[in-house]
Design a binder for this molecule. Structure first.
Ligand code: UDX
Length: 471
């Protein structure tokens, strides 16, 4: 993929080397482009220059080292260098949820665009990749034209990014689609050049206006969040009956029109995207006077948060009705496996709620302990699965890491105080556990007592009222 001499390949810059930006910069260099990555964080840039990825992402460190060795990837903390270097500038800074509001904080995006607009002296394309509220690109276009010595010559485009954590390299090098939001044939042509290797590979392309390009991203994430919350709402219905949401999901997924992806019931969604994106979208739709059209996203959010509370209920029920002094093994802290990201992580939220109810909680995550500790230092973090389950009264599986799926119920059983497990992610085979003397609970599934005669399960008390709000 890295022979680009035959056409005039644009020089690429990437502003912001967080999750999205670092992956984009590395993969563009792997594809054969000359790339300059920029961040205001000197420490991050030093790490990247030294071949270290500042977060956990399978496969990315190898690609970073390959890109650095090719000589095509450089990093800087000087925005003047960026302005001088690039033909196409990708802005990949974060748009976190604003404090005390559901809106997105756009200050990093604004300062990246205005900083470049003030410095760029030759025709170039500014491309936003960050997830932003609809209308942002149009507003930034006016701002850039105002600030730039080139005026409207400095063009702006939007190119949303759909990569998933844990699959970032695969999703960037083999995306299922590209979306270009452009306002001129020149901007489209520059983006076609910047993505030539992917387009030559047959990646489907949608060329759109700026607003549609912005909307594609939030609509996609809203759809995914809605699908997850739909099956989790069905889990709530199952809990009020003797129905089993796992069987329900399996049956639904066989309908091609529904499909099985993102229909996995459990503790629900978290992370740096889905939760904040649906809130920001709802907020923006209200500003636009079409709040009613997406008011269901408020329900999607509520269903999702209730799953966390209900997981705590299941642990409490298994513990015999109270969590005070109960020893809990919390397996997982990251918002999903193969990630060390704990932003809005359901697992960590549950661990924290258990702790606040008086339980002694030992948290173990194969990769996210350090990040979790920074966020919630008062929880007890341990370095292994064995240390977490040692003498536990209840084991709570909260992130479905392979290490937890693969664990042997007898090996774990030898370490715990009581063989009781809440499978918050529907990651385990219940029969495998109950046949080894474990009591097994999962959201939306009937209670499964141990099938081994000599163990006396704790009486199942049925669903209890939701008592708390998640953190
Ligand atoms: C998401 C989008 O998938 C991606 O396209 C976008 O670019 C960024 O946001 P990511 O945040 O990496 O990606 O996570 P994703 O794989 O979508 O999972 C989100 C959450 O949903 C996780 O907490 C996961 O555990 C949960 N989930 C996912 C479920 O609870 N059930 C499912 O069936 C699928």
């Amino acid at each position: 993929m890295n022979n680009l001499e035959s056409f005039s390949a644009p020089k690429i810059t990437v502003i912001g080397t967080g999750y999205l930006g670092a992956t984009h910069a590395i993969c563009m260099a792997i594809m054969g482009f000359d790339v300059l990555g920029f961040d205001v964080d000197h420490h991050k840039i030093d790490q990247l220059r030294a071949g270290k990825v500042p977060f956990y992402e399978p496969g990315l460190p190898e690609k970073l080292r390959e890109a650095l060795a090719s000589g095509r990837l450089k990093f800087t903390t000087n925005l003047d260098d960026v302005a001088e270097f690039g033909d196409v500038h990708f802005i990949c800074v974060g748009t976190p949820q604003a404090p005390n509001s559901s809106a997105a904080n756009l200050s990093y995006v604004e300062s990246a665009f205005s900083g470049l607009a003030a410095r760029i002296r030759r025709k170039a394309l500014l491309v936003g990749k960050s997830t932003v509220p609809i209308g942002t690109a149009e507003r930034l276009t006016a701002m850039v034209a105002d600030i730039s010595p080139l005026g409207a010559e400095l063009e702006l485009a939007w190119n949303p990014e759909f990569l998933r954590e844990g699959f970032a390299v695969q999703d960037t090098l083999h995306p299922d689609r590209l979306v270009f939001g452009v306002t001129s044939p020149w901007a489209e042509e520059m983006l076609r050049r910047a993505f030539k290797p992917l387009l030559d590979d047959g990646t489907p392309l949608i060329v759109a206006d700026l607003a549609t390009a912005e909307l594609v991203k939030v609509a996609a994430n809203s759809f995914l969040a809605t699908k997850i919350s739909f099956i989790n709402a069905m889990a709530e219905v199952c809990e009020a009956t003797s129905a089993d949401v796992s069987l329900l999901a399996a049956a639904l997924s066989l309908d091609d029109r529904i499909g099985g992806r993102f229909l996995k019931p459990g503790l629900g969604f978290g992370g740096g995207c889905l939760p904040k994106d649906i809130r920001a979208f709802k907020h923006r739709a209200e500003e636009l006077g079409v709040g009613q059209a997406v008011s269901f996203l408020g329900e999607v959010d509520s269903i999702n948060n209730r799953r966390r509370v209900r997981t705590v209920d299941l642990v409490r029920e298994l513990a015999g009705g109270s969590l005070a002094g109960v020893k809990i093994a919390a397996l997982g802290a990251a918002f999903k496996p193969n990630s060390d990201d704990v932003r809005d992580a359901p697992a960590l939220d549950v661990a924290r709620m258990l702790y606040l109810e008086g339980a002694t909680v030992s948290v173990y995550d194969p990769e996210a302990n350090a990040n979790a500790h920074r966020l919630y230092p008062d929880l007890n973090y341990v370095g292994s699965l064995a240390a977490a389950v040692e003498q536990a009264d209840v084991v709570a599986l909260l992130t479905e890491w392979e290490e937890f799926r693969a664990a042997d119920p007898d090996d774990l059983g030898a370490l715990v105080h009581h063989r009781r497990i809440v499978d918050g992610r529907h990651a385990l085979d219940p029969e495998r556990y109950t046949s080894r003397g474990w009591e097994y609970r999962a959201l939306g599934r009937p209670y499964q007592p141990s099938t081994v005669a000599h163990r006396s399960p704790v009486a199942h008390r049925g669903p209890v009222a939701h008592q708390r709000q998640p953190l």
